[in-house]
Structure formats: structure tokens, C-alpha cells
Write a protein that binds this ligand. Structure first.
Ligand code: PLP
Length: 355
């Protein structure tokens, strides 16, 4: 697949909107010539202040990655409670994608709760017998297509942790995408948790980076760990500028992205395609294909070469042989496609991939 052949893409993170020249031009238009590096008007201070306000917490602290921010949050909750173990859904990012840094770097233990194939429930948590420092909740559960618990279920899960003296941490990598489903202010959702991590580059379409919010003591402690781990980057202002642009331009579009995802999923279902969840609750969902990963990837590359259109980035195998799935996240890129057009594209991709 040649990146330069892609002229349109359904992939939220396609290079189309992320090339350095495009990002820099967007940023240059927004940075006043006298913008300072430090102080209240510096981009990073503005970002941290804005996110503390939006999420209704006393302090917000920038981290270079969500990986670092979340490990630090769990470590602090462990130190406070004197318990090493945290619990979370089996597909949580820390256990699946971070080489188990929580254990290797911080000496923490992980106790899975629930089933990898379906969302976490209160009954799953009731099976966790070991006292835990933290319940980590991911909204939405990305690896299984992005389902969200109902507001009542979410509150009940949080209460389970509180009743056991455990902290509750939100993996809010996609909190921005989840908010329209709850139809409550971001701060009301964040208030359920002791610490919240949000991403600066996924839904916000920024460069990279993360922010951890919480009370002043917790975030002060997190600042010490950020320093120890080499995560203090005094001149990370380009990441802050890109995130501030995302907060202004992209955040207000989340409900429109979700609605478009629902419309696209509806067109796919009408065409006999399976999507998960149906209907989507956020701008993301999974598309299931009756072909294997290699065939789907070959068909994807043909469509790029012949028509300049990218349908997906990666496909993953299903447990049943000869089937696969891919994630579709509606952001600015996918808004460029009508639901009927997406249904036609996936139909064509499947026909090309079938033996
Ligand atoms: C649910 C979730 N949590 C955490 C992370 C980690 O974020 P980062 O890439 O900033 O380390 C990701 C990244 O994909 C994610 O999807």
C-alpha cells in the first residue's frame, strides 16, 4: 500500500490530515506571533487549564503518552491504598498493548474482570475476590467495537469499587467520543472517577500526547512520577497547540460523527453486513467481513491503487477461520463519504476478497 496513492480515506488517522506540512499550516494559522513559551498564556498552560475546567477537576497534567499517564495513575492509587492489584476488562490497553509496563516498571498486578468478548458488568466485578487498589474502566471498550455501559450500570460499577475502598480510574482515550451517548457534560462523567486520562490525538485529531486530571494532591504526585519516567517535556507546545485546535474545531463535532457512524452502520446492515455494536454508541464500530485478513488486505490495497480510496487500516482475524473484522471510526475523513457510498465500497471490497 502506497501512502501517497490515498486520496480519500475512511480511516480517522489516515495521513491525509496528519502530514507535518498540513498540521503545521493549521497550527501556524492559530498561533499569534507573540505567543509565550511559559506562563498563563503559553499553549501548554492554556491546554491544562482548559481541560481541568472542561473535566471539572482541580488540576490537569500533560503526559507525552496515555501509556505513561495511566501507569502513573495506577501506581499512585496502589501506593495510596497499599494494594498492588488493579482490575479491568480483559481487553484493557495496559495489559494488551503496553508490554505489561504496569508490572515491569511499577511492580503492579492485574486481575482480569469479565469476558474478553463482551462488555464488563457488575456481576463480573462481583467475581473479583482479591482486594484491588483500582477499578480501571475504559469508555468505550475499544477492542470489542466500542460499546458503552448505561449510565446506571456505570454508576453501579463505580460504587462496587468505592464500597471496597478502591479508586476508580477512567481510560478516557475516547471520552470525547463517548460523551454524546451519555448526553451529560464531560465534567459530570469525569466526576465519577478519581483520575481521568484523555487523549490529545485520537478523536481530537492532534499530534500526540495525553492529559491526566484529578485532585491537586494526586496530580502533584503524578508530576513527580512524570519527571522520574522522563515524561516532563518543557517544550511540548506543538502538541498542546494541536490539541487546543482539536478542542475548538473537532470536539463540537462528536455528536455529528456519532450520527454519521450510526447512518453508515445502518446502510451496512441493510446490505447484509454485520456491525458491532449495532447500532454504534460512539463514532466507532467494528465491521465484520466473511473473508480472511490476507484477502481483505489485498482487496483494500487494490482499491487504494485503482481508486485512491482507503477503506480500513488494519484487519484482525476472527475466531472463526476465513473471517475478519476492522474498526471504522468516523472523524473528519469519514464525513466525506455518504452511508450508501461506504456500503458500496465494502460490498466491492468483499466481492474482490472472496475466493
Ligand atoms: C484505550 C486506549 N488507552 C490508552 C492508549 C494509550 O495511548 P498512547 O498511544 O497515548 O500511549 C490507547 C492508544 O491507542 C488506547 O486506545
Amino acid at each position: 500500500m502506497a501512502e501517497q496513492d490515498i486520496r480519500r480515506s475512511l480511516v480517522a488517522h489516515a495521513h491525509l490530515r496528519r502530514r507535518p506540512h498540513i498540521m503545521l499550516r493549521r497550527m501556524l494559522d492559530r498561533v499569534a506571533p507573540d505567543t509565550p513559551l511559559v506562563g498563563a498564556d503559553a499553549p501548554m498552560t492554556q491546554l491544562e487549564t482548559r481541560l481541568a475546567e472542561l473535566l471539572g477537576e482541580p488540576r490537569a497534567l500533560f503526559f507525552p503518552t496515555g501509556t505513561m499517564a495511566q501507569q502513573v495513575a495506577l501506581r499512585i492509587h496502589a501506593e495510596r491504598t497499599g494494594r498492588l492489584t488493579f482490575t479491568a476488562h480483559p481487553t484493557n490497553h495496559l495489559d494488551m498493548w503496553e508490554q505489561r509496563g504496569y508490572a515491569a516498571v511499577h511492580g503492579l498486578r492485574y486481575q482480569p474482570a469479565g469476558d474478553a468478548e463482551r462488555p464488563l458488568t457488575l456481576d463480573d466485578l462481583r467475581q473479583v475476590a482479591e482486594p484491588v487498589s483500582t477499578l480501571l474502566i475504559e469508555l468505550p471498550q475499544r477492542e470489542i467495537g466500542g460499546p458503552l455501559p448505561s449510565w446506571d450500570d456505570l454508576n453501579a460499577q463505580v460504587q462496587w469499587a468505592r464500597d471496597r475502598g478502591a479508586a476508580v480510574h477512567l481510560d478516557g482515550a475516547r471520552l470525547w467520543e463517548s460523551q454524546p451517548f451519555y448526553d451529560r457534560p464531560h465534567a459530570e462523567i469525569a466526576a465519577l472517577f478519581d483520575t481521568v486520562y484523555v487523549s490529545l490525538y485520537k478523536g481530537l485529531e492532534g499530534v500526540r500526547g495525553a492529559v491526566l486530571v484529578g485532585d491537586a494532591d494526586t496530580i502533584g504526585h503524578a508530576e513527580v512520577w512524570r519527571k522520574r519516567l522522563g515524561g516532563e517535556i518543557p517544550d511540548a507546545w506543538p502538541l498542546a497547540v494541536a490539541a487546543l485546535i482539536g478542542l475548538e474545531d473537532v470536539l463540537p463535532r462528536m455528536a455529528a460523527f456519532r450520527d454519521h457512524a450510526v447512518a453508515i452502520a445502518g446502510a451496512l446492515v441493510a446490505n447484509g453486513v454485520t456491525v458491532v455494536p449495532a447500532p454504534p454508541q460512539t463514532p466507532m464500530f467494528h465491521v465484520l467481513l466473511p473473508v480472511d485478513v490476507a484477502a481483505a488486505t489485498r482487496a483494500r490495497d487494490e482499491l487504494i491503487a485503482e481508486r485512491g480510496v482507503q477503506v480500513f487500516s488494519h484487519a484482525s482475524p476472527e475466531s472463526v477461520p476465513g473471517r475478519c473484522r476492522f474498526e471504522l471510526t468516523v472523524g473528519e475523513n469519514a464525513m466525506d463519504f455518504t452511508p450508501a457510498e461506504v456500503a458500496e465500497l465494502i460490498d466491492e471490497l468483499t466481492r474482490r476478497a472472496l475466493p
